[in-house]
Design a protein around this ligand. Sequence first.
Ligand SMILES: C/C1=C2N=C(/C=C3N=C(/C(C)=C4\N[C@@](C)([C@@H]5N=C1[C@](C)(CCC(=O)O)[C@H]5CC(=O)O)[C@@](C)(CC(=O)O)[C@@H]4CCC(=O)O)[C@@](C)(CC(=O)O)[C@@H]\3CCC(=O)O)C(C)(C)[C@@H]/2CCC(=O)O
Length: 209
Amino acid sequence: MPHLYETDGATIYLHSFATIRAEADLARFTPEEEVVAVRMIHAAGMVGLEQHIRFTPGMAVAARAALEAGAPILCDARMVSEGITRPRLPAGNAVICTLHDPEVPELAGAMGNTRSAAAVELWRPHLEGAIIAIGNAPTALFHLLNLLEDPATPRPAAIIGCPVGFIGAAESKAALMAAPPCPAMAVEGRLGGSAIAVAAVNALASRKE
Ligand SMILES: C/C1=C2N=C(/C=C3N=C(/C(C)=C4\N[C@@](C)([C@@H]5N=C1[C@](C)(CCC(=O)O)[C@H]5CC(=O)O)[C@@](C)(CC(=O)O)[C@@H]4CCC(=O)O)[C@@](C)(CC(=O)O)[C@@H]\3CCC(=O)O)C(C)(C)[C@@H]/2CCC(=O)O
């Protein structure tokens, strides 16, 4: 007997989002935040993730406006940059990941830091008004926060802080949300990951589902 399963992509999405809206506790989110939270839950396959999602007031609106104005999107890992659905982007926005730039390994050695943190150095010319999407590397978020401690460093429009894991992930996101240098959102604790960061970007880039 062949397995029977749903084969229509649009129907799968429809049922998926309906299930999330039926099961997740989304009451505390604004309408602009809610679509982002739903898509992040969808990417993680985890109702309950919403309890760990934090936004600074107005972040979702500010990030959407920045994307409409053409903001570039700076990503810590190629897993993030590759996941962004280009046709969703409202202004043909540039998607930039500097992690695999040939300069990065030597720079990381000179800095005594990871390649992920060194790659953030190469964001400097693009930082002003950018959307930052960090889905993997805690050291990238920590290094960005350190750069932004200098008031002369150009301000991004918004930071999506979703590094994942056991070493530095919770701490870097706690530092982001304790003193956000610009509008920001984060998944608190160890949870996070490239797919969840991508889902946030894709939701912010889209009109309501
Ligand atoms: C310590 C690192 C962590 N990586 C995690 C999880 C995943 N990483 C994947 C991949 C393919 C990559 N990770 C690198 C970014 C690499 N990962 C690190 C670093 C050693 C340090 C980062 C940090 O601590 O901040 C980092 C290398 C560096 O010097 O910066 C990667 C560049 C490694 C490489 O391929 O050379 C690479 C990213 C490639 C890209 O997308 O451009 C995984 C897919 C590994 C796997 O499972 O095979 C996975 C993806 C998770 C995700 O959703 O993104 C952690 C858990 C985040 C961990 C940091 C925290 C910890 O607790 O250890």
